[in-house]
Design a protein around this ligand. Structure first.
Ligand code: SAM
Length: 235
């Protein structure tokens, strides 16, 4: 998969060199390229923002650098994607990012992320982007961040780990929270007794059918307690 990220702070994405995603990049499974939006400015101050029409607080990201950035990136490397790329703008006013979104996006060969800052990006950029690819505005949750970078980091990590070959043992992906609408069961490792706290005896029994049944029960119980909205199918 090829991922391009446009931001005024491309250095935010340094940690994507580390750990499993870093290894996947080294192995050629993931091709992540970060770009400085200011590369597509032409004035001395490399301006990317201006005051909002209609007045109001804050600044708005100018359409011109975004237009040039998206034109260039969307037409680059067609061998990665015969179909149009998915162009994602993180936004608190977007659809909610879930494990299902991550699964869907993990099947795409080509993603482009555009990180907003200030009060966001001039609205016309989204319409222009829709002529170049399939646009999605995606929110990490119902709160407001200073910029899209943290949201994009989270999305790339959630998407990247679902790409075959990124996580060593694919079975560990199947059992996780949110994969089938339930939270994961509690996990324990050695020692069996620690500071007077015991591992549930069933896990030491060697009876795999009983362990599976216990884990299933724990998943339902935990979900009911912490996230009843998932059981009610609200999401
Ligand atoms: N004025 C915008 C609004 O009220 O919808 C918020 C702008 S926010 C300060 C700046 C940028 O941070 C946004 O353009 C977006 O890229 C990013 N951002 C903020 N909260 C986010 C969230 N919950 N999910 C995804 N991106 C977010």
């Amino acid at each position: 998969m090829r991922i391009d990220v446009v931001s005024i702070f491309p250095e935010y994405f340094g940690p994507l060199e580390m750990s499993l995603l870093g290894k996947a990049r080294g192995a050629g499974i993931l091709d992540i390229r970060t770009h400085d939006l200011r590369h597509w400015t032409h004035d001395r101050h490399r301006t990317v923002d201006d005051t909002p029409y209609g007045g109001g607080a804050g600044m708005v990201m100018k359409p011109e650098p975004w237009g040039e950035a998206l034109d260039e990136l969307a037409s680059d490397a067609p061998e990665h994607a015969p179909a149009a790329p998915v162009i994602i703008f993180p936004s608190p006013a977007g659809e909610l990012f879930t494990q299902a979104t991550a699964r869907e996006l993990a099947r795409e060969p080509r993603l482009i992320f555009g990180c907003g800052r200030y009060e966001g990006i001039d609205e016309r950029v989204f319409a222009h982007a829709a002529t170049l690819g399939r646009v999605r505005l995606i929110s990490l949750g119902d709160y407001v961040l200073n910029g899209g970078e943290v949201a994009v980091m989270a999305m790339i990590e959630a998407i990247g780990r679902l790409i075959p070959g990124v996580v060593g043992n694919p079975a560990s992906l199947v059992e996780e929270s949110h994969e089938d609408g339930l939270l994961e069961y509690p996990s324990y490792t050695k020692p069996a007794s620690w500071r007077g706290r015991e591992v549930p005896p069933i896990l030491l029994s060697g009876n795999h059918a009983a362990i599976d049944a216990w884990r299933r029960e724990q998943r339902v119980e935990r979900t009911r307690e912490r996230r009843p909205d998932l059981l009610a199918g609200d999401r």
